[in-house]
Design a protein around this ligand. Structure first.
Ligand SMILES: Nc1nc2c(ncn2[C@@H]2O[C@H](COP(=O)(O)OP(=O)(O)OP(=O)(O)O)[C@@H](O)[C@H]2O)c(=O)[nH]1
Ligand SMILES: [Mg+2]
Ligand SMILES: [Zn+2]
Length: 293
């Protein structure tokens, strides 16, 4: 029996890494052993066949998505730090950033915002100052990068600080390209990587955890077509906006949803510019979405 860490899943095969950094291909003991990237597992070594994952250790948290059939699917576990990637292209909305921020907040993860394709920001009329003003106090780091030019990569590497991090964001923002850069700079072979993440055009289809030298594990997740955090109820939306937390409980009504109730502490904070009006607007949009489903 040995302890290991799941770094990828390809169909019914799991790739795990043991405490010595050695990789093994495993099967799961049964269907109920549904391990994901980031899981800590107990494995049984086998001579004649693939090793077997016997047990998944208790998870600190899990990042889930909703599939096309509205079923919840876990894509990664035990995540410390969510790296939200947006880029000059494709176009993005701050609502999307706010959803990912809430995902981090609800899962007790740190959040960092990466703005990639820096060399194209001017041509695409992205207002960096506005983004910085909105998000600098809500994230651990706000980093401008260009995976194409190699800009900002060292800053990103330092921000990863030896934890398990996951890159999230729309398809095409450059998540896999950033990982390639982080790995290249460490002279780690990328051949193995390209097989896993560069099949077909560019889309990453499965989560995959890469070892970044001295900077822990970095999970590459598939783009937003398949990964979009979803709020289960109004309560979750409230708890997902970190700057709201200290005001909750100060409203006149204990069940205040901060929409149009009188004497609402959240709305007062917005009026006093303590909470940004953009964030409050996105809160209302998310409340609306939850109420419609
Ligand atoms: N100009 C420019 N292009 C970039 C940059 N980073 C990535 N790209 C390009 O953007 C496209 C998408 O990059 P990927 O790294 O595959 O994007 P991804 O986020 O991993 O996409 P999915 O796997 O589909 O979620 C590729 O054509 C990259 O070459 C950048 O900094 N500047
Ligand atoms: Mg990718
Ligand atoms: Zn209120």
């Amino acid at each position: 029996m040995y302890l290991a860490h799941v770094i990828a899943r390809q169909g019914k095969t799991f790739i795990v890494e043991d405490e010595h950094g050695e990789q093994h291909a495993c099967h799961a003991r049964s269907k109920s052993v549904d391990a994901v990237c980031g899981d800590n597992v107990e494995c049984e070594a086998k001579d004649q066949s693939k090793d077997v994952i016997e047990k998944i250790c208790e998870r600190k948290n899990q990042i889930t998505r909703i599939d096309n059939f509205k079923r919840e699917k876990t894509i990664a576990a035990n995540v410390d730090h969510i790296i939200i990637v947006v880029a000059a292209t494709p176009e993005f909305s701050t609502l999307l950033i706010d959803k990912y921020l809430a995902c981090a907040q609800l899962n007790n993860c740190k959040a960092t915002l990466v703005i990639n394709k820096a060399e194209m920001l001017n041509d695409n009329n992205i207002d960096i100052t506005k983004l910085e003003n909105t998000y600098k106090d809500l994230v651990e780091h706000l980093i401008i990068t260009s995976a194409k030019l190699g800009y900002g990569i060292q800053t990103l590497r330092l921000a990863l600080s030896n934890e398990t991090s996951i890159l999230v964001g729309q398809s095409g923002v450059g998540k896999s390209s950033l990982i390639n850069r982080l790995l290249n700079n460490n002279n780690i072979r990328v051949g193995e990587l390209s097989e896993n993440i560069q099949q077909g055009k560019h889309t990453t289809s499965n989560a995959f955890a890469h070892n970044i030298n001295n900077s822990g594990k970095l999970i590459d997740s598939p783009g937003v077509r398949t990964f979009m955090p979803i709020f289960k109820d109004v309560k979750q939306v409230m708890l997902g906006y970190s700057e709201f937390l200290s005001h909750l409980g100060n409203c006149k009504f204990s069940d205040c949803q901060h929409i149009n109730e009188p004497h609402c502490a959240i709305k007062t904070a917005v009026e006093k510019n303590i909470i940004q009006s953009e964030r409050y607007a996105s809160y209302l949009e998310n409340i609306q979405e939850v109420s419609n489903t």
